[in-house]
Ligand binder design. Sequence first.
Ligand code: SF4
Ligand code: SF4
Length: 335
Amino acid sequence: MKYRILGRTGLKVSVIGFGGIPIQRISEEMAGSIINTALDLGINFFDTARGYTDSEAKIGAALKKRRKEAIIATKSMARTRESMAADIQTSLETLGVDYIDLYQLHNVKDEAALEQVLSPNGALAALVEAKKDGVVKHIGITGHIKGVLIEALKTGQMETVQFPFNAVETSGAGELFELANNLEAGIIIMKPLAGGALKNAGAALRFILEYPVTTVIPGMDSLQQIKQNALVGEDQHPLSGDERKELEEEAGSLGNAFCRRCEYCLPCPQGIDIPTVFLLDGYYTRYGLQDWARERYRGLPVKAGSCLECGQCEEKCPYGLSIRRMLADAAARLD
Ligand code: SF4
Ligand code: SF4
């Protein structure tokens, strides 16, 4: 396994990390076996979140006897100082650890959210405090909107930045790579397979590792996936001309049917959270998390079925998605 340094955290992380979303759907025993195999194959970076139901608990249980070999990253959607302090405590208890290597502000998606987390009573203040206390070693941020992440990095407070980057979703990444590298912020890449839409995992991962990123964290829930992905981390030979062409063609074919969660389509006058509906639908169709996705969907204040087909969202979507049709399909599955 190859390793890179996670920016100024100084942590030496495997170029292939472990994305903690899919283990929600497997047993604790299976999760333990997968995580231990990952460690045996040199994967040492494990990313989870407060919001991924039992993912923190499964990762914590599996790493109990091998804590020193692992770098644990988690994150919380908390926006206030008080709620972040509570979530840090919950994460420590759920993971069963004395400290967390990296705690991230989760999915900071617009200027207002960024302003809130950076304010004196915002979530960042709780992370800084936890870092002083030694229970959080490093602080990072995650999100989908590159402009917001750039502003966050410019504060100089973020030691890492995590965002989606893959053969389908390259736009705006160059500026973020450059800034992060200039500021020595570690770069963690999520959704390397475009939410499961890219089928050739090996080529998709090697494509990303050609860029100045630190680690790529595909979600993994089988021993076969762990072994295949770990191989990429051992041998990062460049894509061949044919592989590159194939990947570009695949990415091109997804162009009209794949939500990048950029949120340009919002606000919907009916109040439908369009990207979240598509996210949950993706969990349903691509990750096999049917019950989990339906439960989350039930919690949305406005359902996809409330769409009046005004078409405003489609005019704003830079990817030309047929949002009305996609919402109707999602509603049929999730309602
Ligand atoms: S078409 Fe439907 S989802 Fe899109 S903006 Fe109009 S009401 Fe909202
Ligand atoms: S539907 Fe289009 S505009 Fe809305 S989040 Fe997805 S990609 Fe972005």
